[in-house]
Design a protein around this ligand. Structure first.
Ligand SMILES: *Cc1c(COP(=O)(O)O)cnc(C)c1O
Length: 467
């Protein structure tokens, strides 16, 4: 074949599609897409030649450009990446990574029919929540449980069911915004509940709640201040005391735990968070918490508590709009089952595994990786050092308790642009996401498991023109 393309002699689309080089592309991307991309590529080449754009490309180069285009177009923005931000539960990066058991269950549920709403014992219609209900009761000590799309939805439907057209009392210290459009006062409005604020930003007392209770009061809402902490001269009313106040007045106590956790995290060397079981035992009528924060499962919101109230929530038409699909139910059930064996939880649940990694182990990993990373980046004018850093739990859980960690600090020489490096790392086939700050790009290695894959990914940084 004459290698040099001549404008008039440019092969036809058909000729190119029949060339041996096209076979793997057709196999991977399908004829329709390859044809469309080839047509536009050839049109661009013709235009460039007509505009005096220099030499005609070799046919091999045409196939190489075509391959690049096809791969780029077929690549997903949801492709796996390396989360080296130091935030373990990063909302923008999808929060919890699921346990292998949960992944396998989700895959089975996707591939095969399952008895989602069929009772296999009686052959009668079943309940989709039944797969989780018993597990949640077992793990929290609650009478009953239900599950919805996320914790924001759990709070919304609980408020709307218990308090629509009536009042909910909330401490001024707990009127949270958790990011995005989730602000407690707005959610209350949407739920049709009138907000009655009590106390002050830093101090709220039992008498503040007592004085605010009136004939229109439906509930007291307690909100875990997940993503901030008020320190100093402060007072809040503990759940157990609020439960007494609510019971005396005949109103409901709803406790939104936010992340919530099913185990005492201090057992794994982490800071203590109130567990769901404790909130239930303290007398809350309803407790809400998330599936994909500390719990380490897929996105979901749980409501556990009094049987009569859970039944009412299940009858609310909103429930149908907020319900879960079989894939998530399968993954959640498998995740929850791991909690039956707390001894092996840190090994099996990726969230807990990453949160409990020891600083020394992460530092050893940094020492292993530094020379290789330095070799890859030095030619672009960057230096790489080992650094101590602090990881965060993320998603508003344990906001003040950072975890000692280690990482690689990348510094630019003579004005080398770190933002360009960060952009090049984001553009990789498997992106690497670090944290820019203090004139450096920091890669916190707490969440890095696949070292070989990481180096392989970084070895492709070259072609990106960083100089
Ligand atoms: C995170 C959080 C929510 C919302 O939970 P999602 O699962 O993100 O919907 C609600 N309340 C509190 C206190 C939270 O921390």
């Amino acid at each position: 074949m004459a290698d040099l393309l001549d404008l008039r002699a440019l092969p036809s689309i058909d000729q190119m599609l029949n060339a041996p080089d096209a076979a793997p592309l057709l196999e991977r991307h399908g004829r329709a897409v390859v044809t469309e991309q080839l047509r536009s590529l050839l049109a661009e080449i013709r235009q460039a030649v007509r505009d005096g754009g220099g030499a005609l490309p070799q046919i091999d180069d045409v196939f190489a450009s075509l391959l690049c285009r096809l791969d780029y177009r077929s690549r997903s923005n949801l492709r796996p990446l390396f989360n080296l931000t130091g935030t373990v539960l990063h909302t923008n990066l999808g929060r919890a990574l699921l346990a292998e058991e949960a992944i396998a269950a989700a895959v089975d549920a996707m591939r095969e029919a399952a008895a989602l709403e069929l009772d296999l014992d009686t052959g009668k219609r079943g309940e989709r929540d039944s797969h989780l209900r018993m597990l949640l009761c077992e793990l929290t000590g609650a009478e009953d449980a239900t599950v919805v799309n996320n914790n924001a939805a759990a709070v919304l439907i609980a408020l709307a069911t218990v308090g629509e057209g009536r009042e909910a009392i909330v401490s001024r210290g707990e009127l949270i915004e958790i990011g995005g459009a989730f602000r407690m006062p707005d959610i209350m409005k949407r739920a049709g509940v009138r907000l009655v604020e009590v106390g002050t930003t830093n101090r709220t007392h039992p008498r503040d709640y007592r004085k605010a209770i009136g004939p229109d009061t439906a509930l007291i809402l307690k909100v875990h201040t997940s993503n901030y902490r008020i320190e100093g001269f402060t007072a809040e009313v503990p759940g157990a005391e609020l439960a007494v106040i609510a019971r005396e007045a005949g109103v409901v106590l709803l406790n939104d735990l936010g992340s919530g956790t099913l185990v005492d995290l201090s057992r794994y060397g982490l800071a203590r968070e109130p567990t769901v079981r404790e909130a239930v035992a303290d007398g809350a009528d309803l407790v809400t918490f998330s599936g994909d924060k500390l719990l380490g499962g897929p996105q979901a919101g749980f409501i556990v508590g009094r049987r009569d109230l859970i039944a009412e929530i299940n009858r609310n038409p909103l429930k149908r709009a907020l319900r879960l699909d079989k894939i998530r139910i399968a993954a959640l059930a498998s995740t929850l089952k791991l909690y039956r064996d707390p001894d092996r939880l840190a090994a099996r649940l990726p969230t807990l595994r990453m949160l409990t990694r020891r600083e020394g182990e992460i530092r050893a990993q940094a020492e292993r990786l530094r020379p290789q990373l330095a070799r890859l980046l030095e030619k672009h004018g960057f230096t790489v050092e080992i650094c101590a850093c602090r990881s965060q739990v993320g998603s508003g859980a344990l906001p003040v308790d950072t975890l000692p960690s280690a990482g690689l600090r990348i510094l630019g020489e003579r004005g080398t642009n770190l933002e360009r490096l960060a952009a090049a790392l984001r553009a990789l086939a498997r992106p690497v996401i670090g944290r820019l700050g203090d004139g450096a790009l920091i890669l916190d290695l707490r969440c890095l498991a696949d070292e070989a894959g990481f180096l392989e990914s970084l070895s492709q940084v070259s072609g990106h023109g960083l100089a």
